[in-house]
Write a protein that binds this ligand. Structure first.
Ligand code: NDP
Length: 269
């Protein structure tokens, strides 16, 4: 019988995860079913308990707005999920034994190092944004480098996040300097076609400018970075696929190959 997996979110219609996991299943020859399910925003735990009572679910991905609820639902958290303060992957090991993990940060690390070919060891990083995605990234990045500066529109949030991980923070107005190897846009500005007010010299001096958002065309942030002379630019499609591969590994004990999936999805979006 196929093992059953879900991705929970609200909204969830746009999710590429079922397509990605179907490709992983084909590539690894495993018999899995992976469905998307839109849950009501209230009472994540109650809805999940009801579902678990009805169906034998092996694991789940969890996306906006349920990543904190999922962390609470888990009975054990991996170290990186604890550091991130959020969970995007659940493994249902037994009744009352639910492992929570966060694969977003490691997905970013793998995409940057293996696909973009940029070494993160001791890299100087400027991180734009202080929301859930920024925290998830830091939770994995600090295993590679502590030279991370956090900046955010609401400066106090950048300061609090930097403080939690013993990192530096600064305001956007202090970013006009060629001081960083990698500039990461972990804000949601690109969703609205906006660019965070990062200094031009930060982008022109970067070996890599990376936007967590992805789409058919480069985001306005990536267009600006390219125009200003960033050596490389990349969007978050690779991160999305690599975080999915890490979840797949946790659930099935096999890490699927991701390059063909990346090429296929790049064509599809
Ligand atoms: P949150 O809502 O938690 O945080 C949003 C962040 O963006 C805040 O720091 C906010 O600043 C900032 N922001 C929003 N609008 C602007 C703007 N116009 N100018 C400057 N800053 C702005 O979102 P998440 O952290 O969950 O997600 C951030 C992005 O990352 C999203 O686009 C999401 O789709 C993407 N993502 C991609 C993944 C992938 O696999 N590729 C995985 C996870 C996320 P303030 O605090 O001042 O409000």
């Amino acid at each position: 019988m196929s093992r059953l997996f879900y991705v929970f979110g609200n909204p969830i219609n746009h999710s590429l995860s079922p397509v990605i996991h179907a490709m992983f299943a084909k590539e690894t020859g495993l018999d899995i079913r992976y469905e998307k399910l839109c849950l009501e925003k209230e009472d994540f735990a109650g809805q999940l308990r009801e579902l678990l009572a009805r169906e034998a679910i092996a694991g789940a991905n969890v996306t906006v707005p349920f990543k904190l609820d999922a962390a609470k639902f888990a009975t054990t958290l991996t170290e990186r999920a604890q550091r991130a303060g959020a969970t995007n992957t659940l493994l249902f090991r037994a009744k009352d034994d639910v492992l929570g993990d966060n694969t977003d940060g490691i997905g970013f690390v793998r995409d940057v190092e293996n696909r973009q070919g940029v070494d993160l060891t001791d890299a100087r990083i400027l991180l734009l944004g202080a929301g859930g995605a920024a925290r998830g990234l830091i939770a994995a990045l600090i295993e590679k480098t502590h030279a991370i500066t956090v900046t955010n529109r609401t400066l106090e949030k950048a300061e609090a996040l930097a403080h939690d991980f013993n990192l530096k923070s600064c305001s956007f107005s202090e970013t006009d300097a060629p001081n960083w190897d990698i500039v990461i846009n972990a804000t949601s500005a690109s969703l609205k076609g906006a660019v965070p007010p990062v200094g031009e010299k930060a982008l022109s001096g970067a070996k890599l400018s990376y936007d967590l958002m992805y789409g058919a065309k480069p985001t306005v942030f990536l267009e600006k970075a390219q125009m200003l002379g960033s050596k490389k630019v990349a969007d978050g499609l690779g991160m999305l696929i690599e975080q999915a591969a890490e979840s797949f590994l946790l659930w099935n004990g096999v890490r699927p190959l991701t390059d063909a999936v990346y090429e296929a999805l790049r064509r599809r979006i």
